[in-house]
Ligand binder design. Sequence first.
Ligand SMILES: [Cu+2]
Length: 578
Amino acid sequence: MNTGSLLAADLVIAVLAAAGWLGAGTASAARRRPLALGLAAVALLATFARAITITALARAGWWFVAEKALIAAPLSLAGTLVAGTRLLRIPGDIRSTAVPLLFAGYAGLGALLVTLLHGYPASAGVGLLAVAGILAATVASWRVLGTRPSPMVSRAVAVVAVASLVTGTGLAAPGSAPVMPHDHEYRDARTVGEPTRRFTLTAGTATVRVSGRDVAAWAFNEQVPGPELTATVGDVLEVTLRNRNIARGVTLHWHGYDVPNSQDGVPGVTQAAVLPGQEFVYRFRADQAGTYWYHTHAVSDVGVQKGLYGVLVVRPVPVTGVDVTVPVHTLAGQTLPTPRVEPVEVGEPVRLRLINTDSTTHRYALAGTAFRVVAIDGYDLQGPTPVVDTAVLIPAGGRYDLVFTAPATPVALFVDGRAVYSTGPVSAATDRWPVLDPLGYGVGAPVPWSRFDRDFTLVLDRGLDLRGLLPRYGHTVNGATDPDIPPQVVRLGDIVRFTIVNRSMVVHPWHLHGHHVLVLSRNRTSVTGSPLWLDSFDVRPGDVWEVAFRADNPGMWANHCHNLAHVDAGMTLHLMYS
Ligand SMILES: [Cu+2]
């Protein structure tokens, strides 16, 4: 069982234990003796099973069990002891076990809420709050059931509950938010030389035709995707962004392209959002060949999804063969691009540049030919070998370049089972194909660094965010949401290592701006294949990724989940140079 499944199993068992104790308590209050004993037995079994899941999770890393070991385990133990000792005395009137059983239930429920609403890291304040809630609920049950404890017990419980509540809320209250030293003197990068390629992108609302139906979109130059920007290595690109009528503003972020910080297009960090009637000129040198894309970073959750994105391809010279870009996107429930058939001559080399511009992972399957994955996220792989009848999973924002030699028979590319590109009719059951693991593909090379100047751990989770006007259920990093996640500070030249841990139940496609990171390991297994320099990678539930990079691009960089709805719910922080 992998860690993600263990996290899910542990949650189910915790719910079962809490529900079992609460049900048993309610049943004994109603004098339903067999039901009460049955439910108590279920709860007891679930509690023992949880000892196993927590122990197994602890082996995957302390991040996965911190609050379970420090808060849930002691509470469960106390609940089980109180309820168990009372049950063992086999009372004549089962009703007298109601409050002890309910106490065990409140203890389980309290611990569960700590995991679901607070998560990582565990804190004494949250533990005390849970204790206060459990004691208050227990005292209330005593009163309701009329089986009052002795006045001394009552008084002791009240004192403990109030003390816990006071210290708990005190400790759980937000500290002062770290000051974000935003650099508002947006530097401009006119020093890269005279432009050799000029483009103008005008953002505006538009009606586009998708699968024969009119769809309201936001578009660059009234098309979704926006114009494909192409360049040759060495070109200087100048892209003028104009905003016709997108009220919430637009910017251009060059996803995966490690441009100077001032050209990175993150509103509030590297520039102000471009409002209707305004323009902003981006200029940078095309030094990296490969497959990239651009998109707005202003209210990106809405803007990208509605269509403010396009392809950026930088080619080395000379180019031979067929070169096709396939930017997959979901617009109004329809998958773009719509299927198309392209004639290709037999024996011709074909390169498919697959781009996932959505917020969730897509599964790509190339049927009818063997192929090689020659590049991921714009970086060439070493020694890619041919594979056949194998699918690839591309994370949100990620790119894979597939290369094959056109066979005499048709070839088709399926995305999540639907053909988006073909050279003729192909029927293939691709959904059972194995998935290529890039960490073991191609020829390996040693990691270029033996020591790391900075080490950061990012624990991804969910949690209740009480800092705004309305409480929201945020996606957290180390227990906080944007803008309260402390920035990561590095110096120019540092070798920086990130450990990224996902203890939530959903995938987080991680994306650091301005740098490609070298993957060191995933779940303690080192990379055995080609070095992987990524800018977008899926951290699945239970995953622990270790990645590293050289801090060689000064500035203030966004470091965030590329499920853009998660960014909206707080999952973004900054990497800054001191
Ligand atoms: Cu996410």
